[in-house]
Design a binder for this molecule. Structure first.
Ligand code: CA
Length: 437
């Protein structure tokens, strides 16, 4: 588990002046990673680190030989087109690079002139998915989401008895994960209309969002070896925002007995920036179970997890419709919630995923599952917010929504703040629904 160190000092200021503009997501205390190149260029993608409104080009920095030892090795690994090699190096190397960057970016740093030549404005770049994602596993760690959804799909039996013992998950589709800015067609699929006796193939009518976090695995484990709770977070590179678009009508028909299939595999959108667990160290929270709920089995329990296994991370979802865009109206907030409401922690996801010996690999992605809070105004999916499409949401311009309409853009944002520490953000995860073909 990452501990506080000099890189978290809220008094640090960077010579990149935009890094201490009020409201920035990327002060010197954050330093998240992405893969990028200049917009409209045929340059190779390479790793970058956000500082204010700039990106530090790790490929350019690596050639300067500015750092030494593990920090230089991590910088060179991060210079590649995907971050898998950097992710594979492990927390000591990630931390060495973070410390070297933090020191080089501070006011008065001797490396300022050299580092200045490695900056690219964020307005001039395009991102790509930051890692080659070999496997994508989607968990289900919000008990509030599981209960709300369970009520709609199984009114007599909303929360299945395994939920409070097993971190539920399924193996998702990695090939359709794209970076923020993704536009995708409304999927076609097989559905069974209420009262019908024969299913039909056609465009999804109940296209939904799922507000989630993405968790990138760093160092993997050998096939056959489990990762213990006490070691679990050392295998996690960082966290991004994730929208796990879901076709509810297709899901309702196909999901039994093996779980979702085509209702999830057509598109998943992630934010470009991956915030490291080290950057998140100030915003940790205790992991607790509601009174009367079972405590986790020993392989899902550790003292560190109880003390600070959770994260105090504010999340919000915004919607901009075609009409709002045409009228010049900004996106409207639909939901605000917090990751600390999750029932299972990141460390528990890692320990559970590997307890059978399953091998994780650098760049593997976990979805947290929809992160709904305890009340419906904190619901991370439209199906919950509208109670299965029965209670439409009315927008400020008079439009209503149960599920998404063609042209709708969904924006997810995330932010951590705590008294005595810097505010850090996750950037944005943006996706737009196009008409079916
Ligand atoms: Ca999901």
């Amino acid at each position: 588990m990452s501990t506080l160190n000099e890189t978290h000092d809220p008094a640090l200021q960077s010579w990149v002046t935009s890094a201490h503009v009020n409201g920035t997501d990327f002060p010197i205390q954050n330093l998240p990673f992405a893969a990028f190149r200049r917009q409209g260029s045929d340059e190779a993608f390479r790793g970058g680190v956000a500082i204010g409104d700039q990106v530090i080009d790790l490929a350019a920095l690596a050639t300067q030989d500015l750092f030494s030892g593990l920090a230089q090795a991590a910088c060179e690994a991060g210079a590649q087109g995907k971050l898998n090699a950097l992710m594979a190096l492990g927390p000591t190397a990630w931390s060495a690079l973070r410390l070297a960057l933090s020191r080089a970016l501070r006011i008065g740093a001797t490396q300022q002139a050299a580092l200045t030549t490695c900056l690219v404005p964020q307005t001039e770049i395009q991102y790509t998915v930051p890692a080659h994602i070999g496997d994508y596993t989607d968990f289900y760690t919000s008990v509030h989401h599981a209960t709300n959804i369970g009520k709609l799909f199984r009114p007599d039996n909303p929360l299945l008895p395994n939920y409070k013992w097993v971190p539920i998950g399924y193996h998702g589709r990695a090939s359709s994960i794209r970076v923020s800015g993704q536009a995708f067609k409304r999927p076609n699929g097989q559905t069974m209309a209420p009262g019908a006796t024969v299913p039909m193939l056609g465009p999804c009518k109940r296209l939904d969002i799922e507000l989630e976090l993405g968790i990138f695995i760093g160092t993997g484990n050998t096939l056959g070896d489990a990762i213990a709770m006490t070691d679990a977070e050392a295998h996690v590179f960082g966290v991004c925002l994730l929208n796990d678009w879901s076709a509810r009508d297709i899901q309702a028909w196909e999901y039994q007995p093996l779980g979702p299939f085509l209702s999830k595999s057509f598109a998943t959108t992630i934010s470009p920036w991956v915030v490291t667990l080290e950057a998140l160290a100030p915003y940790r929270a205790g992991f607790t179970r509601p009174h009367g709920d079972p405590q986790p089995l020993p392989y899902l329990d550790s003292a560190a997890n109880r003390e600070q296994g959770a994260f105090d991370l504010e999340l919000e979802v915004l919607l901009q419709t075609n009409k709002m865009r045409a009228a010049g109206l900004p996106a409207q907030k639909l939901v605000q919630t917090n990751y600390r409401h999750a029932y299972w922690t990141i460390a528990q996801m890692v320990a559970h995923h590997t307890v059978n010996g399953c091998n994780l690999q650098p760049g593997d992605l976990f979805g947290s599952g929809t992160l709904s809070g305890p009340t419906l105004d904190q619901a991370g999916a439209l199906i919950e917010m509208t109670q299965g499409g029965k209670l439409p949401v009315t927008l400020a311009n008079g439009e209503t929504r149960t599920f998404l309409e063609d042209g709708d853009t969904i924006i997810i944002k995330g932010r951590c703040e705590k008294s005595g520490f810097a505010k850090i953000g996750f950037g944005e995860c943006v996706g737009t629904l196009l008409p079916a073909s």
